[in-house]
Structure formats: structure tokens, C-alpha cells
Design a protein around this ligand. Structure first.
Ligand code: 6PG
Length: 241
């Protein structure tokens, strides 16, 4: 398992740690480069972080005016659809904070095809050197962002963003590709709940890259796993210390 493992007693302490980590990365990026470029994840665990960041202390304290919000992946549905990652992030966080609307970059525009959206987003992120922080979740099949097992997007080596039809979902997704994720200054994987214990143990125990999440391999020191105790419960004892 690449990266540093952080295990917390419960979802609340995990939330506090990930909010604190966001603050550190944001402040460091703004101090060094005048801007913080962050890519958000979909899913239930990241959503809890967004709700936390929208509470008074972080809402007031974080450098929202210098924060540029992107998405790690998106479902090809309109921005007001219940499945939309943009909608989720907007409701939980973006509608509550002072990030300038021009600095919020949804990944999917329904008037464009999935491929056109991917090309458009690739052009957009070409303007930034690397993401300061990419948040990721992980599904129980080991997918992360919209990098699903047995899909060709996993082999993408040039395009920074790609569209992928995912057979098992019978749906198109748009996602940052592995070269983009692995070039980030920091990557945080957020995983919580007993339902993820089995896949976390499998991901930690297998050396060959069978699961998409195992291909997330930024430079040393740049990958953090934030797990709650329930998700970590089947990890070997040596890894849990
Ligand atoms: C998405 C995601 C996806 C998600 C995982 C984990 O849009 O589906 O970005 O990669 O993060 O499926 O989701 P949960 O935290 O809800 O299990």
C-alpha cells in the first residue's frame, strides 16, 4: 500500500483531520503560489468533509478567495441531478463559502458530449501546473474517481482528463486520469465505514496492481489515506500501528 495511513476512532475525528489537512495545504499553496487548486471527490465520505468545511470556523478561516475548485470525476448528468457530484459539493459546501463563482469549475456541461466535456476540462486544467490537493474516495470494487476496474481509461498515459463508458453502470463518466492524479502535490484518499473493510484489506495485501486505487502513486510523501476504525478493522495489525 503506497502512502501514509492515518486511522481515526470514528468519522468525526476523521473529518477533523481531513479538514485540518485541507487547511494546511490551502495555506501552504497560497503562501507559496498565491492560489490553492483543489479537486473534489464524489461519495459519502468526502461529503462529510464538505459539510464540516462549511461550518463557521473553516468557512471564515480558509482562504476561499484564493481557492480554485475542480472535480476529480463526474457523472454525465445535469448539474441539478441528484447523482451530480457538482450538485452534492454545491449543496454541502460551495453554496456556503465565498469562493468566487468564476473559480468553481464543474466538470460536466449537458450540452456537450462526454468526450467534448473531457477535452474542455483538459484545456481548463492545462492552465495550472499541478493540483495542490486531490481528494479521492474508493468504491468497494477498488475504483477511485471514475477509474473503474477493467476500463481503458486506466491505461491513459497522455490525456489529463478522459471520458469513459462504464459497462457495469451503463453510464458515461468523466475523470481525471492517472498521470494527472499522480502529478498532484498532495492526494488524500478518504474511506469510512465497515462496508469498506474488505476492499481496504485487499488493496493493502496485494502487490500487483489489480485495483485502480493501487495505481494512485504520486511522488513519495504526497499520498495520505484517511480511514476510520471501521474501514481499517481488517488491515493487518502491523499496518494499523
Ligand atoms: C463518484 C466518486 C467515487 C467515490 C467512491 C466512494 O463520483 O462515484 O468520486 O470514486 O468517491 O465511489 O464513494 P463512497 O464514499 O460513497 O463510498
Amino acid at each position: 500500500m503506497h502512502g501514509k495511513l492515518h486511522i481515526f476512532d470514528d468519522i468525526e475525528t476523521l473529518n477533523e483531520a481531513t479538514a485540518q489537512h485541507w487547511q494546511e495545504q490551502a495555506n501552504a499553496a497560497v503562501a507559496a503560489r498565491g492560489a490553492f487548486h483543489v479537486a473534489l471527490a464524489g461519495g459519502s465520505t468526502p461529503r462529510r468533509l464538505y459539510v464540516r468545511l462549511a461550518q463557521d470556523d473553516y468557512r471564515q478561516r480558509l482562504p476561499w478567495a484564493e481557492t480554485h475548485i475542480y472535480f476529480g470525476d463526474e457523472r454525465c448528468v445535469s448539474p441539478d441531478h441528484t447523482d451530480s457530484n457538482y450538485r452534492m459539493a454545491h449543496e454541502a459546501l460551495l453554496s456556503q463559502v465565498r469562493a468566487p463563482p468564476a473559480q468553481i469549475h464543474p466538470m460536466y456541461d449537458p450540452v456537450l458530449s462526454p468526450e467534448q466535456n473531457a477535452t474542455h476540462y483538459a484545456g481548463l486544467i492545462a492552465g495550472i501546473p499541478a493540483f495542490d490537493l486531490i481528494l479521492l474516495g474508493m468504491g468497494d470494487d477498488g475504483h477511485t474517481a471514475s477509474l473503474f476496474p477493467d476500463t481503458t481509461i486506466l491505461d491513459e498515459s497522455h490525456r489529463p482528463v478522459a471520458a469513459q463508458y462504464v459497462e457495469k453502470l451503463a453510464a458515461w463518466r468523466i475523470s481525471l486520469t492517472l498521470p494527472t492524479i499522480n502529478a498532484a502535490r498532495q492526494v488524500s484518499v478518504l474511506v469510512a465505514g465497515a462496508g469498506k473493510a474488505e476492499i481496504i484489506a485487499a488493496v493493502a495485501g496485494v502487490d500487483t496492481p489489480d485495483y485502480p486505487i493501487q495505481r494512485v502513486h504520486p511522488q513519495p510523501g504526497r499520498l495520505d489515506w484517511f480511514l476510520d476504525h471501521a474501514a481499517a478493522q481488517r488491515l493487518p495489525e502491523a499496518l494499523r500501528q
